[in-house]
Design a protein around this ligand. Sequence first.
Ligand code: PLP
Length: 345
Amino acid sequence: MIAPAVLTVDLEALAANYRLLEQVGGVPVHPVVKADGYGLGAAACAERLMREGARTFFVARTHEGERLRAALGGEPAIYVLDGCLAGRATRLREAGLRPVLNTEGQLAEWRAAGGGACGLQIDTGMNRLGFRPEAAPEPFEGLDLVLSHLACADDPSEPMNARQRDAFEAAAARYPGTVRSFANSGGVFLGSEYGFDASRPGICLYGGGPEGRPDARIRPVATFAAEVLQLRDVPAGESVGYSRGFIAGTPRRIATVAAGYADGVLRSYSPEGRVWVGGVLRPIVGRLSMDVCAVDVTGVEVAVGDAVELFGPDRMLDDAAAAAGTVAWELLTSVGARTPRIYIG
Ligand SMILES: *Cc1c(COP(=O)(O)O)cnc(C)c1O
């Protein structure tokens, strides 16, 4: 390993998830690669997905789009979900990016700079970004995609899903000839009536389940593993780590593992977090440090240099996230900038 903590990205599993999402949704997949591909590396992921046929991508920020354009070249369409912020139109145009316009102000900004290919976001209930349906603009030159975003796609029993779907269908009817994009990962699994013309998944591509828990159809893509740096026997009554966050009630064997909060191990991993070591799940104990965490490996056969899996095929991303009191999206995007990404598959 080039570093004692690495994020290994299985590009073949990414491709398999892409194919699954296309098959389940029944429409082309337009991958969301914002936040550097949910932390996995936007360029590497997008390149692999282009080999599967993807030709349209979504990012959040203008500079994310610029970087992706530089990596991918001129061919794919790249939409920017932030839209056209003040003073950004020229940059968007120069990089061949398509803003997803959210307000009249953005539309005016884009038009004033000459306009061109762009999308439009309709807010069907999220109250986050986009035009409310009743305030959506007249069709205009350059508009080639209309999208809306589900608020509760991870909960198929939520009645708001159908309300948003119907509101989107009605609003999008004003823009014939544009691509209608509605479903995120969860939406892809809500049924074919949520498909429209193209889906826009993120988390399921990267190994998260559509309902926030592991799903046997989705392959794990990212493995976050770190080496055991040192092993020690801690007598009863002694403490481990900062602020005596853990006190050994009985003699414990403690592994110091090369992953701390600077690598993206959230402090909330302790005390509920479990990591995969020596073929079993064991708890992180005490307070996380910047560079290391302590794992109770009492009774487990483990040696210095062995790998501990924080999430991956043996510790599913959604389970690891739940134990840390968060969601797969946050766990993936928290993996530290210093943690090397290694690509296989
Ligand atoms: C992040 C995002 C997505 C992808 O959502 P997932 O739940 O990760 O599939 C799709 N559309 C919009 C507008 C987003 O912000």
